[in-house]
Design a protein. Sequence first.
Length: 185
Amino acid sequence: MFKSNLKKIALIGGLVLLGVATFVNANTDDIPTAPQVDLYKYAGQWYEVARKPLYFQRVCDYNVTANYSLNEKGNIVVDNKCFSKNGKLNQSIGEAFVKNAPKNSQLKVSFLPKIIRWLPVGRGDYWILKLDENYQTALVGSPNKKYLWVLSRDPNIDQQILNEYLDYAKTLGFDLSDIIYTKQQ
């Protein structure tokens, strides 16, 4: 009888965990990403034009950039830079791992120390949601809709293009009431 009750408890517990996992991940996989990303074309300098507030970017006041390059493993080296209000340069170097090859639009980024970056923990979602055919403007976000960036090859993006990308983010369900427009000097 004890074994029978234990099996029932284990079954119910497993079903509850499955339900919780389903609920937690609901609305995270249905967000569309760019149909195809050529990582060689995506590499290079990007200027942040707008973003949702992020804890790790709280010191960034102006001239926020991201430089991407491919390493020998085929992963992306991420070199983020920004300046604080007092003019101090802040830099963070990480590595992005493609999660949906050959589409290449869903990545996981780690800023852990290089020696332990191979661990599959401490990685954030970096999904390329919209990208123009000339690789000049990109909308990047997370499937939970907490993180969002508009990136451009030019520090001064045309307002119409910016509005188009932000409007698209709204159609995906992003709340833009707290959007920050990045100063590029």
